[in-house]
Design a protein around this ligand. Structure first.
Ligand SMILES: CC(C)(COP(=O)(O)OP(=O)(O)OC[C@H]1O[C@@H](n2cnc3c(N)ncnc32)[C@H](O)[C@@H]1OP(=O)(O)O)[C@@H](O)C(=O)NCCC(=O)NCCS
Length: 156
């Protein structure tokens, strides 16, 4: 477990018992949220799944998968009421250390072009844009409405 001096939050591995709480945060954070099944599958697949906890309540989570020396950050989200208090930073520091210890040297991710908050967070952690995937994300109800993904990466 890890904590920052200005926060009482700690980071732990996600357990199956946490998934209901995590899905609630995911629903508040993403237009096309992962389901409980997606999180169970991530655990079964051996993805690195972390939660941040403050006074017993989960305040954020992050999911990554490792592919030899490269990792992909699949999800990171924080309860809206406690954003800009360093929770994502805490999760990212822990995740980066765990990924590096497991052999990852680069972390990749995709983020919606319109998601400027997340891009600002990633940039603050040293991520740089590495490309664009055109019309990658579903947007709205029609199949034709799609949004570009910005690709970002950082060296660990
Ligand atoms: C992106 C997200 C995870 C950031 O979580 P957070 O706990 O609020 O981030 P932190 O407090 O750790 O921020 C660390 C730094 O990132 C940058 N940052 C984070 N959010 C930012 C924002 N909305 N605008 C500008 N910079 C931001 C800042 O540099 C910040 O440091 P500062 O507060 O001292 O200025 C959060 O906004 C979120 O859950 N968004 C919805 C889910 C999402 O979009 N996930 C990413 C999908 S790819």
């Amino acid at each position: 477990m890890r904590s920052l001096s200005f926060s009482t939050a700690t980071v732990q591995l996600l357990s199956a018992a946490d998934i209901e709480e995590v899905v609630e945060i995911e629903r508040l954070s993403n237009s096309h949220p992962w389901t409980e099944r997606n999180f169970h599958d991530a655990l079964v697949s051996g993805y690195l799944c972390l939660v941040a906890r403050d006074h017993g309540a989960i305040t954020g989570f992050a999911v990554a998968r490792l592919l030899v020396d490269e990792a992909e950050l699949l999800l990171i989200a924080v309860t809206p009421a406690v954003r800009r208090q360093g929770v994502a930073l805490l999760l990212w520091i822990d995740m980066g250390e765990r990924l590096r210890a497991s052999g990852a040297r680069t972390v990749h991710l995709e983020v919606r072009e319109s998601n400027h908050s997340a891009q600002a967070f990633y940039a603050s952690r040293g991520f740089a844009q590495s490309g664009v995937r055109a019309k990658y994300y579903p947007n709205g109800t029609h199949d034709s409405e799609r949004e570009d993904a910005v690709l970002m990466k950082v060296s660990l």
